[in-house]
Structures are given as structure tokens and as C-alpha cells.
Write a protein of this length. Sequence first.
Lengths: 408, 408
Amino acid sequence: MGWVIKRFIYSYLAASMLLAALPQATLFAAENAPARPDGLNIDPVGKGPFYYDTAEGTDIRVRVVARGLNHPWSITWLPDGSALVTEKDSGAIRRIVNDQLQEAPVLGTPQGAIVSRYKGLLDIATHPDFANEPYVYMSYNKSLGGDKEAIAVARGRWDGNNIQNTQDIFVGEEGTTNGVRLLFGADGMLYVGVYVTTDNPEPNFHTGIQKGKLLRLTPEGKVPTDNPFVGKEGFLPEIYSYGHRTPTGLTLNKTTGEIWETEMGPNGGDEVNRVERGGNYGWPLVSLGRAYSGGWQSERFQMEGTRDPIAFWMPGVSPSSLAFYDGDEFPRWKGDLFVSAMQAGQIPGTGSLQRIKFNEDGQEIRRESLLTDLRQRIRDVKMGPDGRLYLLTDEDDGLVLRIESAGD
Amino acid sequence: MGWVIKRFIYSYLAASMLLAALPQATLFAAENAPARPDGLNIDPVGKGPFYYDTAEGTDIRVRVVARGLNHPWSITWLPDGSALVTEKDSGAIRRIVNDQLQEAPVLGTPQGAIVSRYKGLLDIATHPDFANEPYVYMSYNKSLGGDKEAIAVARGRWDGNNIQNTQDIFVGEEGTTNGVRLLFGADGMLYVGVYVTTDNPEPNFHTGIQKGKLLRLTPEGKVPTDNPFVGKEGFLPEIYSYGHRTPTGLTLNKTTGEIWETEMGPNGGDEVNRVERGGNYGWPLVSLGRAYSGGWQSERFQMEGTRDPIAFWMPGVSPSSLAFYDGDEFPRWKGDLFVSAMQAGQIPGTGSLQRIKFNEDGQEIRRESLLTDLRQRIRDVKMGPDGRLYLLTDEDDGLVLRIESAGD
């Protein structure tokens, strides 16, 4: 069975560790996690490649492209084909060139951040008009001094080797926290997902605060004048959609131009949503999941005026990101949605890659759980410029995995 | 990777094969299944034992107690500690004595039956007062002549080696079909689950027919006078509860005396129900699943007057049976519910054993998927008299598996 690595259970409420600003590229330090009191022993992922026969007759090979990353959180590609990967816990941005992980991090990550189980350097994205506006965008959890914090988005200019002149373009309201996904929409605008921080159902959808919303900003971090709630009383003008709990993943459906979102329910009730302008997605009044203590989270599963999810999970799989497959490597997966997942049913060591197949009307036909045997928390899934699927594992020994066709 | 066995996808609507009555113990013949057009190659299960670290800190060893059974469907034990196992496709009842599968089937299975994907010799149970009433009960799909059929329950007297004088005690309405689970309740009555046969929502709950109902009968197959709907207009007197789709599994919660049931939704929406006397479980008007074609099965997820499930699955796992664990072998599993599952999300080769943990109020805290790597359709789960869990795999090379503690 090989040697065994111990895994850790962190408390959802673990005190976050506040770090002073440090020199670039060594900005962060990992939380001193408590030892796992009980549970699973999990073997490390071997060298691979790993072969699987999967449904739809697709045979795949999974390669370990890179390993030893410190809780990698997001991957994106530059026009030269190299990839940039964020490390949540160290705060570094790492670069992969021709399948080689560069030892030295890319310079230019934002200064000063909070690191804990759910915080650190998070998403990364490039400006949609990168040729003319070569900006790299990053999201992170920012200390506001003392125990105050907020989510933040920074950007810096890519000079071919590093990121220059990184500056915040958006800092959220005090108290916004945890994962922050970024997406440039088909309209060239920057979408920012903001988590809620409580699981107690509250009396309304709180449209006057940023928590639990998808925000729509210009690439400069300002509020566009054509946002759906501009000028509407009781709504922040930066809101694009509301009633979200945890927008853990955002992706663009290139065929339709729609934004799709993953959302983690509490104890089950994880969702995939097709986000419509001004839409209400129901949290905290509607959920298909249970509270962590066991009872149903909400009195009802549906509610007039709120949108049902496109797909949901019960038990939960802790979805973390999503991507449509529209490449040529896997013809039988065209149009399928892939969702990276961290764990199933509150149990560590049960991450997976979820594949969802739709009919012509965009309704779910079936789902497949892939890579369950690796027992990794899969944090990100993206289709690379080569038409293959890339995954990141949010682990102490974080991996970049690539799914390739293994022929028929 | 070893050699590869081909698996088969049968049509849900595959024409059933009608067999003339044959001599006992060779009553049945397997349907001539079409070759699988596409999909997964699945390795056969090796010799084992197989070791797993599971959640709650329970380390398990899975032994192959017997193999080569022809689609085993149900297992039960006699007071002498030997086990009886039904083979759906051959119609034989096999006996296991001291972990040895006896070559010769037990004589006494009912004569004349229909065998297809979902039909054959099905459940087996012993009379609750076996010392004084040594009857073995069996359910099966019975030809009524021509293309007419019905579910049936037979019983015969155990003489220490075989079953004598097997006779039908109950034959369902013409057209009742598919899986038939049996359970003796805490009240000594015989409960019989009856499937519906269409996925088109129909305008009412059809309380005048047996399909989609849990029936309550005396051990002699008669209607008890204290049934909930005796004398109520529009209700058959044998009905105990209604609004079921597919009662794939029935078990007794020995702590509470309650009957718990698994029910397969169409495309997701699989359920565990706590069956209450006279209760309405919502089918065909309420479902948490999708139709096979992709759209939601019902307009709503909940409905006044119908009972929500205790637990449900989305995507589906095709639950087939269930058992509470109340033995001593696995102290950390005490009170957990185990559900055998045939496949996940309409994809063959994805069976599992589902474990559900509850809080003190009987609400779900978390779930675990076990044995997914075996890729077997698990048809039955029961706790044996030794406090270990036994599983049957509904395969051409059907297995009896036993889950044992592997220490800490």
C-alpha cells in the first residue's frame, strides 16, 4: 500500500491566521493545522499515468504534470501556452512551461493576505483582450488591519516573465471572506463570486450587502452603468445575481454566452446554476440540502421567484469549479460539464471529478464520478488550450493533473 | 488488468421471456441479453480479501464467501446458521454452510416463472416464528398464461435440507411485475412491495390497484382486518401505504419497529422512506428526480399530504436493498443504515454500498460510498447472525461478499 500520509480535518470555524505583509513571493504561511483526530488514511497519488475505462466508451490516461504545489487553487494559460497556477497557502504564482514546473515563482503576487483553510491567494485570470491589455487578475483574502478582512481583486501587467505593478482594483465590504472566483464574461466584464458566512437562514436575501452575490465589475473594478440593479432601491449596484450561498466556481458557456456557477450547499444540496441577469438563486430561504446538524436546511425545496438549479447533488460532493468540454480530444464528451469536487457527504478523502451529460434542451441525462480512487480534493478543472482537461488538487502535496485520451 | 468480462445493457422495456414450468431447481433460464453496444469494460472481482480504510476510522476487510451464483437476489439465514440465497435467473435456492456454497440447490422453489432483466426468483424470508412455523417464503414473477403475469409469493416447509410442499399464498393483480421485496414486520405480518410500471405521471395515486403500494398480509397471504384502509372506499384493503414507485428494499428498524424502504426514482430522486401506516409517498405526482429524457419528473419536489423521504440521492444510485447495522463487529457503525446500490447516474459498473449516519433525531449527518472500485451491481445487503454485513452482487458471476472488521 506504500507509505501513508496523514490528512487533516480543519474546523470550519478555525481561527484565521493574520500575517503581516512580507516580501513578494513569500507572502503567505500555511495555517498550523491540527492533526486529524480520526478517519481515513490516504495513500499519496503515485507517479502515474493512470488509466481508466469510463462511460460513453471514453478511455482516458491521467498524467501528473506537476506535483509539490502548496494547495494550488486555480490555473490559467498565457498566449504563449505556458500556465500560471496559484498556490493558496504560500501565495505564490507558479508557472508551468512545456510541462515543467518552474522552480522560482512568478513575481508580482499581491502583498498582505490572510491564510487559513478557506483563505489565501485564490483565483487567477487574464484580461480577455490580453494582447492589448496584458493584465493578470488575482483574487485573495485581504487583511484590513486588526481582525478585519475583506475579499480583494488585484491585477498586474505581464511583462513576459513576471507580473509588474500589482494593484488592488476591488476590495469587498468588510467581512466578505473565503473563496473568491473570478470570471470574464462574454461581455468582457469581470464577475466576482462572494460567499455568505452563516448557515442560519436569515429573513431576506440581503440585497444591500455583497455577501451571497455575484458581482459584475468592469475590468478596472468599477460598477458598469448597465448592471441590472443600478438605481434600484435596496440593491447594491454591483450585484448581478443574488440568493447565492457559495459561488465556488464560475465558467463561461462559450456556445450560449451564459455564465454557469457551482455552489456548495451545507450538508448536501450542492448546485450547478445557470446564472441569469438579476436572478435570485434562493439562499438562504430555499435549499435542497440538510443543515450540518442533520435537519433540512429550509422548510421547502422550491420557492416562487427563485431559480431551481440545473443540477444538484444529494449527498453533497463539495463542488469547487466547473468547465464545459468543447475540445477535440474527447469527441464523446463534447458539451459535457465537468465539475471538480472536494469531498462527498462531509467525508474527507472522497474528492472526484463529476461529469454531467445534457440532452439537446440542456437537461441532465446522466452523471459520472471520475477519479474517486485518487481520493484527492480537486479544486479546479479547466480545459487547456490543447483540448485536454486539467485538474488541481488542493492538498499539501498539490498536483496538476491532465486527462488525455487513451484511444479506444 | 486481467481479462475482461463484457457487461450488458438490457432495455428497461426488454421483452420478457415466458417459460413453461420445468422440473424443480431448473425452473428458469436467463434471458438472451444483447451485447453491450458501448461503455465500460469491467474487470472481474478478484479472490480478495480486499482492505479499505473507511470514514469513522473503521478499517474493513471484504471477503468473497461464494462466487459463480446466477444473479443472486436475496440472502437470509436459518436458525442453524446456514444461509439461503436466491438466484434470480436460474430460479434456484442455494445454501451456504460454514462458508461453503453447496453445489446442489435446495429443492422446493416455486414452479413456473418469468425471467428477464427485472424478473425471476426474487426475495426469500423465513417465518418470524420459525421454530413452530418452519416456513420459507419466496417471491417471484409468475406467468398467468399467454403474456399475462403477476407477482407472487409462495411458501414451503423447511425439513432441515429442503423446502417441502411449496405453494402460492398470494398472487398479485394481473400486470403487477418486476422486483418484489418481502419483509416480516415487528407485528408478524408479511409486507410486500409492488412496483409501478410506467414513468408517466398519472393523474392520481390509484389506490384501487396494487401497483405502487406496500401491501400488508397475514403469514398465510390473507388481508388482516386491522389494515389501515379496510372498509375505506376507493382503497384496496391490502394496502398499507401508497404513492410508491419501486419498493426495491424493505427492512425493519429493530429499535423502533418501523419499516424502512428504498425506492428507485427514474433519473435521480432515489429515496429512503420511513413507511408509516397509511402514508402517501408521493409518486407519481412528486419526485426529486428527472425523467429519463432529462426534464424534471414532476412539477414540484414536495406536496402537501405526501411524505418527504428521509434521505434521497441526486444523481441516483439505484438502491436495491437496505439494512440497519446493530451488531458488535463495527462499533462505529452502530445505528447506521446501509443501502446496496446497483449503479450511479444511469451508468453501469458503478454500484456501491451506501452508508448513512444519522443524528439522535434520525436525521442524516453524512453518507459514505463504499466498494465503488469493485464496480458491481450490489443487489442485497443484510447483517448476518455473526454481526457482519453480507452483500450479493447481481451479476452473471454473482458473489456473496462479507464485510469484516480489519481492526484499527
